[in-house]
Design a protein around this ligand. Structure first.
Ligand SMILES: [Zn+2]
Ligand SMILES: [Zn+2]
Ligand SMILES: [Zn+2]
Ligand SMILES: [Zn+2]
Length: 297
């Protein structure tokens, strides 16, 4: 590997000092052909906008003193440099834009296991879809801001949301609701299943569909969609000698529970039928939902 010290001048070598991991700076950068590979920490500061703290993209603007800022953020600060307060004209920082093009950076989720490197301008696109990016908390209640990998979220669901964890691939659940007429968008139940070495979320929700109250049950997979497709599940609900069954493929928790609900990808039960299945005087919702998850071979 080439010696990083072959970089010209002190200004440039400061870019590669103080790294927490080794960097690769091929000597060919002098003709601008080969990419410069640097750990994120060094570049974050250099290409980070002082206003929005995001990575800057062309046209990168600069003030008369040389401080840089996003084009869109210039208007937000009324064309006044947030660092030196000088008026920012219409000076484009081509040097920084060109430096950015030559950079290859590790994915932001490097610490979570992604080992890929990307040119500066395609890095964000990758990070949007990176399979190592953290998942959002799958709890359907109040929009929970917690994100993390699957083990972190399982622990979080159990501790914070008090979600039940079952270690079987079959289930037999009772949903009892005293006032079945009080259907609103925040009525739901979540149960976790651990089977086949993976975690699954069984959702049961009540909501309105075209003015009518409906109940819906569906399963989500705690992992990527490509993995979720290896499983199937079935749900069954009934009473009074009738039953309704649903067979489906778990959806990845990358798809929010609302998205799954709105796509009707699950067992949907109209309230009138739900009350009929409940038996009794139709004043109370008493549903028994059974089901099973299996691995497709
Ligand atoms: Zn900005
Ligand atoms: Zn300035
Ligand atoms: Zn990645
Ligand atoms: Zn949560």
């Amino acid at each position: 590997m080439d010696d990083p010290r072959s970089l010209p001048g002190d200004a440039d070598s400061s870019l590669v000092s103080g790294n927490d991991q080794p960097c690769v700076v091929p000597s060919k950068i002098l003709n601008g052909r080969k990419p410069i590979v640097l750990p994120n920490s060094d570049i974050d500061g250099l290409l980070e906008c002082p206003v929005c703290s995001s990575s800057m993209y062309p046209p990168i603007q600069q003030c008369p003193s040389g401080h840089t800022i996003c084009f869109d953020c210039k208007a937000k600060v009324n064309n006044k440099c947030p660092i030196c307060r000088k008026e920012i004209g219409n000076i484009r920082c081509l040097a920084l834009e060109k430096l950015a093009v030559s950079l290859h950076l590790p994915c932001a989720y490097h610490r979570l296991g992604c080992e890929e490197m990307f040119p500066y301008y395609t890095k964000l696109k990758h990070e949007d879809q990176c399979v190592f990016r953290p998942y959002s908390c799958p709890h359907p209640g109040s929009d929970c801001p917690v994100t993390g990998d699957v083990p972190t979220l399982v622990a979080h669901l159990r501790e914070v949301h008090k979600v039940d964890l079952q270690t079987e691939c079959t289930f037999n659940h009772r949903y009892v609701k005293k006032d079945p007429c009080a259907v609103d968008n925040v009525s739901w139940t979540l149960t976790l299943f651990h089977c086949f070495g993976h975690y699954f979320c069984l959702h049961f929700e009540a909501f309105r569909l075209g003015g009518e109250a409906v109940y819906m049950a569906f399963v989500r997979f705690m992992g990527e969609e490509s993995e979720a497709r290896k499983f199937s599940y079935c749900l069954e609900v009934g009473g009074n000698g009738r039953k309704l069954t649903w067979q489906g493929v778990p959806r990845s928790i990358r798809d929010g529970h609302r998205k799954v609900r709105d796509s009707h990808d699950g067992l949907i039960l109209q309230r009138s039928l739900a009350l009929y299945f409940s038996g009794g005087d139709r004043k109370e919702l008493k549903l028994r939902i059974t089901g099973r998850i299996w691995e497709e071979l």
